[in-house]
Design a protein around this ligand. Structure first.
Ligand code: HEC
Length: 317
């Protein structure tokens, strides 16, 4: 029996289709290639897969401290609380102006808590026509506390920088024109207010400037000083007078020596003080030991040269 092998196509597509296992056998190398290619692609992109996409600014928003706002500390004049607690037409007129300028944007022109700037606030700005739900309260003393300290956690900030008299003026205006009735206040309550905030004494203003600005100022001042020292050193080098030669020959570090003299101006009072200062701070002050071996003429020449050097450059700066 001849078992002649029939010619078989290298790929028996028909057979493959009928036999799923063989079909799989035929195509699985392609799967492997695709999986490997995908793996390589994924690995090379790992960096961006794991990269934190949130912008740095967003991540750190909570940790960057808010700069302290620039504030001009307002000195407060002492006031007579008993006097300004009495409403007068002048105070009310003044109060109205101030209210329109400072408060109406939130509390509304008529004090109904419906100003445009207050629309998004929660809690809402106080409606002065309603007598319920006040946090500090509607009396002069209570409203003053609100204006002095603000109300924590809401849109009502402190207005402690406005003059005390102006704050009383606004309170009178609100109480008289915007509220259904003017709340009574006792003398004792006014006295307590006076004492709590030392209103009779007044206070001196303390200015606060933002930290960043303060830092910048320090750097600027330092740059200015460094510039000044560089100028001094330049004019020493450019000068061929006896004094100039003496200082150049008796310093290890000319700039340092000039900086030292700049920061310890007592040397200007006389030669004795000059040499005392130099020996007290030797050798950290940039001078070399030779300075103590100068003849008296040389000492005089050096001291007077330095005096004129600093004088001229101070004027020039
Ligand atoms: C930015 C908006 C805004 C401005 C401007 C503003 N307020 Fe207010 N005010 C509020 C909000 C909000 C409340 C409610 C706060 C709360 O209940 O926590 C409030 C509450 C008050 C209260 C009630 C306090 C209490 O006892 O409950 C008084 C009084 C007051 N403001 C007075 C003023 C005066 C006077 C001015 C102007 C110098 C002013 N406000 C400016 C938003 C503002």
């Amino acid at each position: 029996m001849e078992n002649k092998k029939k010619y078989e196509a290298e790929m028996d597509f028909e057979g493959l289709l009928k036999d799923p296992i063989r079909l799989f056998g035929a195509i699985y190398p392609y799967f492997i290639v695709i999986i490997i290619a995908g793996g390589i692609f994924w690995i090379t992109r790992l960096g961006s897969v794991f990269k934190n996409e949130a912008p740095v600014a967003m991540l750190q928003r909570d940790t960057i401290p808010e700069p302290i706002p620039m504030k001009k500390g307002t000195p407060q004049e002492g006031v007579d609380v008993m006097e300004i607690s009495q409403s007068t037409p002048e105070l009310v007129t003044k109060g109205q102006e101030l209210y329109k300028a400072n408060c109406a944007s939130c509390h509304g022109d008529e004090g109904r808590g419906d100003g445009t700037a207050g629309a998004g606030l929660n809690p809402k700005p106080r409606n002065f026509h309603e007598l319920e739900g006040w946090k500090n309260g509607p009396k002069i003393t209570e409203m003053f506390k609100t204006l002095e300290e603000g109300i924590a956690g809401g849109g009502m900030v402190a207005y402690e920088y406005l003059p005390v008299r102006d704050r009383f003026a606004m309170i009178h205006y609100i109480q008289q024109e915007l509220m259904p009735e003017t709340p009574e206040v006792t003398e004792d309550e006014l006295i307590t207010l006076d004492q709590t905030y030392k209103l009779a004494e007044g206070k001196e203003g303390e200015n606060s400037i933002p930290r960043d600005m303060a830092k910048k100022k320090i750097v600027e001042e330092n740059n200015y000083e460094i510039g000044k020292i560089n100028n001094l050193a330049r004019s020493v080098a450019a000068d061929n007078s006896l004094g100039s030669r003496i200082i150049q020959n008796n310093t290890d570090d000319l700039n340092k020596a000039l900086w030292f003299l700049n920061n310890n101006p007592s040397w200007k009072t006389g030669q004795q003080e000059f040499f005392r200062l130099l020996s007290d701070n030797f050798p950290a002050n940039g001078f070399s030991a030779g300075v103590f071996r100068l003849s008296s003429e040389e000492s005089i020449a050096l001291h007077s040269y330095l005096l004129s050097l600093y004088e001229i450059n101070l004027v020039a700066n």
